[in-house]
Ligand binder design. Sequence first.
Ligand code: OSB
Ligand code: MG
Length: 367
Amino acid sequence: MKLEKITLSHLRMPLVSHFETSFGRIFDRDSILITIQSEGLIGYGECAADRDPGYGYETSGTAWHILKDFILPAIQGKEVVTPEDFRLLVGNIKGHEMAKAGVEMAIWDLIGKKEGKSLQMLLGGSKSKVDVGVSVGLQDTPEDLLRVIENYLKDGYGRVKLKIKPGRDVGDVAAARAAFPNLKLQVDANSAYTLETAKAIQPLDDLNLLLIEQPLAEDDLWDHHILQQKFKTPLCLDETIISARHTRQAIEMDACRIVNIKAGRVGGISESLAIHDLCYTADIPVWCGGMLETGIGRAANLALASLPNFKLPGDISATDRYYDEDITHERFTLNADSTIDVPTGVGLGVTINESAVKNFTMHEYSL
Ligand code: OSB
Ligand code: MG
């Protein structure tokens, strides 16, 4: 497939409700839509980097720069048959995994469309629907938190993740546990603690949590090892796991016992597959994280999460948890058993709502 015209669209979409993590509160979500034309087909990908460098160092601004000035010139006009061909073309660009992953997703979409196969078929996933949960941001008060959780339970979510930060941790989580004794519950600190300040969250170990996600710094494997020895609850790494190599090292040093896979964070779907397989062999369960994606990224997440080692519910919620208006015509809905159906159409299995894209686009660039 010759990669012909490639277009970047920097989008900003209002969220249904604000989302607050240990690194800040947002009311709308930036992303970069990548559109690749190839031999009469169009592939779509989503770069999940956000406006601010709070989750990781990449932002929509850095991704724009890396895409426009390095990735697009390296691939435009080139022949690409497999995702590996793309990886080789951008092999000299260090880091910037979210920028790369956005293009890689569009290439998977093109390959599926060309071969008449869904992304799930290309990946070898088998489940027709995947278990999902909802990620609940920090709320102004514990009372607000309980009300928000209750509403999500009414919607049908069977697993809830609570964002925590220093000062808003054990109290909030204990209140949730007391109100919902049997709820599948987990927490995510987005690297807000140090080994020293993490002493305050030791009581979380007795709240019957599925996992504790990324308590310590985003670049730290070893301190997570030290902390894991103090907890019977599995630690789960998100930010720290940026490749299959990091995954192997994390497992070898017992820095976590569960892995959150986000294709954006690790440079794409191919690397996600490698991490999935590595964890399968090592008997480490994985689950699919989320980045408040549009319907494009959500479709990819659902296909990925249909692989066999995705054993815990993903942060893949229904479209209406995020956006009133999405950029895909397809909207994902929650089934009564807290699952979402995996798309079956060719490629990502979604179609683009051009007028929505136009509404949300702040600027555009084509090569
Ligand atoms: O750490 O998992 C995270 C959203 C943006 C950035 C980082 C994270 C999140 C979430 C939301 O927790 C997950 C979702 O898409 O529902
Ligand atoms: Mg996380």
